[in-house]
Design a protein around this ligand. Structure first.
Ligand code: ARG
Length: 375
């Protein structure tokens, strides 16, 4: 089997690594209000293509990751070129350009032998599955056991978004932290693949700016008949949640790297406590928020966005010494690559990849569970 991946840590055999070719600045749209770091409020965010230098710097670091993975005998595939400068116009919306193919994790996910294309939450990312279609066809043609699922595309019309979200003052966000309502409404199926984390039979899905409860219901109805259990998870102190892989990062059976500033809601944590999983806080990142690249929309917690090559080997950003020391103490072999020039494209090592094959089978890591399926 080529397509076989049930969790985030089993021994890695084949993976897709993103590319910065053709990357553009993400446009301002109802689901995204990009801002420049360390710039006066109101400074307009750039538009159009990223500079050739910025693209080269990111591509060089992505190539470094590819070389490291290949040196470990892992097959690496890359996305196809795509015209991210092309505007998108549907009956419901229009955006002046698209984004990039640096973060396959956000749009593609392998669940066992099923490849799922996420519907996505942002207009500029509506067609982001396209650079991966040739690969999907290749895998799908190569093995009749591979299934391929595209989740329903939402309209992304104005009504799908809650625009006031962007204007709520911090006190309002604090007051609403347990309502888990963000910039998308609950009317349509919306999720980004990176809000999902796979634990064998169980998957957690974060409710966020990029994934709503209707999206989680769709995932439940798709996956429960196939023997999976889907658990919504919440991190009330993250007022701008998007993609769970800088917040809650499983490293091996029984161990999750957690974000000390974004604790898991106690009710959701029971699953882990009742099954003797250990949650270990990541150390503070070595970047202050102000040392992150100016155009990066993610937080300093990209530090904990590590990529597991096996339950004993993990790839970590080169400068994150405190995290490397922690992983070392937890008995991991720690490999490092420089990756900070990739940050402004929305992610680090886990985001910039999509695993196709990890050795292993579906296991139940949560035998102690009270789970109520939808039907
Ligand atoms: N919203 C996250 C943070 O700032 C970044 C997540 C990036 N992950 C990804 N798959 N693109 O902490």
């Amino acid at each position: 089997m080529i397509v076989n991946s049930w969790n985030e840590w089993d021994p890695l055999r084949e993976i897709v690594v993103g590319s910065a070719d053709g990357a553009h600045f993400e446009p301002t749209e109802p689901g995204n209000r990009p801002t420049i770091r360390n710039a006066p409020v109101g400074t307009p965010f750039p538009t159009g293509p990223k500079s050739p230098e910025a693209i080269d710097r990111a591509n060089e670091e992505l190539a470094g990751l590819v070389a490291l993975l290949e040196s470990r005998g892992i097959t690496v595939r890359r996305p196809d070129p795509h015209d991210f400068g092309a505007p998108v116009r549907t009956p419901d919306f229009e955006v002046p350009n698209q984004y990039c193919a640096v973060c396959p994790r956000d749009v593609m996910i392998t669940v066992g032998h099923d490849i799922i294309e996420a519907p996505m939450s942002r207009r500029a990312r509506y067609f982001e599955y396209r650079p991966y279609r040739r690969l999907v066809y290749e895998y799908w043609n190569a093995d009749p056991r591979v299934t391929w699922t595209t989740a329903p595309k939402p309209s992304m019309d104005d009504d799908m978004y809650r625009q006031e979200f962007w204007d709520w003052p911090v006190e309002e966000r604090h007051r609403r932290m347990h309502s888990f309502e963000f910039c998308i409404t609950q009317d349509e199926v919306v999720f980004d693949a990176a809000d999902i984390s796979r634990f064998g039979r169980d998957l957690i899905v974060q409710e966020s700016m990029t994934t709503n409860r209707t999206g989680i219901t769709w995932l439940k109805r798709h996956l429960e008949p196939r023997g999976f259990r889907v658990h919504p998870v919440h991190f009330p102190l993250d007022y701008f949640p998007s993609h769970v892989d800088c917040t809650f990062v499983p490293l091996r059976p029984g161990l999750v790297l957690t974000n000390p500033e974004r604790p898991l809601l106690e009710r959701d944590a029971r699953l882990f406590h009742d099954n003797d999983w250990e949650l270990v806080d990541a150390p503070q990142p070595t970047t202050g928020n102000d040392e992150m690249p100016d155009f990066c929309q993610s937080s300093k917690w990209l530090s904990m966005n590590v990529l597991s090559l096996s339950p004993t080997t993990v790839v970590c950003e080169e400068q994150e010494k405190p995290l490397q020391d922690l992983l070392d103490k937890l008995d991991f072999e720690v490999l490092t690559v420089p990756f900070r020039n990739v940050f402004e494209y929305g992610g680090s090592l886990h985001c910039a990849t999509w695993d196709i094959h990890r050795e292993g089978v579906r296991e139940d890591y949560f035998p102690n569970i009270a789970y109520r399926p939808l039907v």
